[in-house]
Design a protein around this ligand. Structure first.
Ligand code: MCA
Ligand code: AMP
Length: 504
């Protein structure tokens, strides 16, 4: 077997002088490339000594820190499958992920140790380790005692490197299985497409439990042996303070909306910048234009999804067009109708893709996997797309019932099912409404069943907040007598969206 371990690809590109800085930032210590390789070796030893064997999953729900990045690299080195979890997830959500993925180890914040240990016991996870936002916890305490060299475990191209859960339009979340080759091929494509060059400094403000912050941003920097200015969270002022020392910045549209609200966003602040990229949700044309006017920089919008990494990108050289996602990266794309028939150029259809970046399938869900692939191997993205006469692809909507709020995906079905279980509720419908900061906001329409006296919007919000992640909590709840339905009995979500919009 030819070794395709992704870590080895990074390691081969680390600078000859490993004392060079890999990570630094206003809230963190400075880490050299040798710090990264030694600490990841120590953690890899610890994970193995804790009983994990190649192919085992390591579930991780921790605050953003360089140690969390090192943990990811340690998992790659030990041939383990990294399973990052959004820090917003609450106990019930975590229980599902642990039960489904059956990891050998779970790493959590020390503050949630008691709760996670309880869930781990219930779901049969053998080992729980802790890591806080400052890099402290039993993980690093024990790792420090381990050897600083580790022979990276050989992996085949098709072996799993990570599982990332994506919510589903129906039923529970699905774990997208990503192989070493999926991640490596996409990272190399982006590194090339975005012209990463010697001396680039990446300003990193994204969370590291999703594809955008973990793979798109970090992989480009690691492949380039670039210094990363690593911010522990997005804060517009901190980003502006660090822009003059940076050359590349990647963000979701909300980041750009918030940066534009800062008077400090000027051409001068961006004087050393080479590239701003945006994605995870549609970038509004007004944001694109305002950013260019203020900074002189044209944001490069790209499009992707958890199951495939990045799929298309606007060109680095050549026109970057607002409202478009550019051209396919190193994957084949086609636009087809629901029936699978390819539509004519210029017509709207669903984007289908095939290539080395496309995932291996959903973890232990062969039927769901099969349902999302065409017989000839194309994956059905569920995104409505149109190829313009200029050859640029445009994402014009979604065939899947999905809301993207500040770059986080929210599936209405999950929230509706949850609200429907609330005492006093007959049924509910959840839709997205345009939101100036988050792009889209979650809004719920709730029909009471009359068993609870005067059910209020705040009751519904409180009920959801207790059990589901904050970003899934509706920004507005309407209590209504009934839901509009068509003759087939299907809820008319467009009418609900119009009603919610009329209120803004
Ligand atoms: C926080 N809140 C949100 C969101 N984030 N509500 C809706 N949508 C959100 N995205 C809640 C908070 O919990 C809080 O609720 C209230 O809204 C206000 O929070 P605020 O302080 O404004 O939020 P924040 O902490 O500043 O976070 C906003 C953020 C963050 C920085 C935009 O959401 C973020 O980092 N988003 C990036 C997501 C991302 O990386 N997506 C990539 C996925 P309360 O007041 O009740 O506490 S990868 C992907 O999509 C594909 C592959 C791709 O193409 O990249
Ligand atoms: P996720 O499931 O978190 O990987 O989110 C992937 C989804 O985000 C895609 O299927 C698209 O619907 C959406 N998305 C990502 N980038 C863009 C973009 N540039 N424009 C429009 N939608 C996007």
């Amino acid at each position: 077997m030819q070794n395709k371990n992704l870590y080895d690809l990074f390691d081969a590109r680390f600078p000859e002088d490993r004392t060079q800085t890999a990570f630094e930032g206003p809230e963190i210590a400075t880490y050299s490339f040798s710090d990264i390789s030694e600490a990841s070796a120590q953690m890899a030893h610890l994970l193995c000594a804790s009983g994990a064997e190649p192919g085992d999953r390591v579930a991780v729900q921790v605050a953003k820190s360089v140690e969390a990045v090192i943990l990811y690299l340690a998992c790659l080195r030990a041939g383990l499958v990294y399973l990052p979890l959004n820090t917003a997830y609450k106990a019930a959500e975590i229980e599902y992920f642990l039960g489904d993925a059956t990891p050998a180890i779970v790493v959590c914040d020390p503050a949630s140790l008691q709760e996670i240990a309880g869930i781990a016991e219930k779901t049969g996870v053998a080992k729980v380790l802790t890591l806080d936002g400052e890099g402290r916890g039993s993980l690093t305490d024990h790792a420090k005692k381990q050897d600083t060299s580790f022979e990276t475990v050989a992996r085949g191209a098709d072996d799993l490197a990570a599982i990332l859960y994506t919510s589903g339009t129906t039923g529970r979340s699905k774990g997208a299985m990503l192989t070493h080759d999926n991640l490596a091929s996409n990272a190399l494509s982006l590194h090339r497409a975005w012209h990463f060059e010697k001396g680039d400094v990446l300003l990193h403000a994204l969370p590291i439990f999703h594809v955008h912050g973990l793979f798109v941003a970090l992989h480009c920097a690691l492949l380039n042996a670039s210094k990363v200015i690593f911010l522990t969270k997005f804060d517009a002022e901190t980003v502006l303070d660090n822009l003059p020392q940076s050359t590349v910045f990647m963000g979701v549209p909300t980041f750009y909306v918030r940066l534009l609200a800062e008077p400090g966003l000027t051409k001068e602040a961006c004087r050393n910048m080479r590239l701003f990229t945006a994605g995870s949700a549609p970038l509004l044309e007004e944001t694109f234009t305002a950013f260019e006017t203020r900074t002189g920089h044209v944001i490069l919008e790209r499009y992707g999804m958890t199951e495939a990494g990045m799929i298309t990108t606007n060109p680095y050289e050549g026109a970057r067009k607002a409202g478009t996602v550019g051209f396919p990266l190193d994957n084949d794309v086609r636009i087809a109708g629901e029936d699978g028939k390819i539509v004519k150029d210029g017509e709207i259809g669903i984007l289908e893709i095939k290539g080395p970046n496309v995932f291996k399938g959903y973890w232990q869900m062969p039927e769901k996997t099969a349902a999302e692939f065409r017989p000839d191997g194309y994956f059905i993205t569920g995104d409505m797309c149109r190829k313009g006469e200029d050859g640029y692809y445009r994402i014009v909507g979604r065939s899947k019932d999905l809301i993207i709020s500040g770059g986080y995906n929210v599936y209405p079905k999950e929230i509706e099912s949850f609200i429907d279980e609330m005492p006093g509720v007959a049924e509910s419908a959840v839709v997205g409404r345009a939101h100036p900061d988050f792009g889209e906001a979650v809004v719920a329409f709730v029909v009471p069943d009359g068993t609870v006296k005067s059910l209020k919007p705040a009751d519904v919000t409180a009920f959801i907040k207790e059990k589901l992640s904050n970003f899934k909590v509706p920004k507005q709840v309407y209590i209504v007598d009934d839901l509009p339905r068509n003759t087939m009995g299907k809820v008319q979500k467009n009418q609900l969206r119009d009603r919610a919009m009329a209120d803004t």
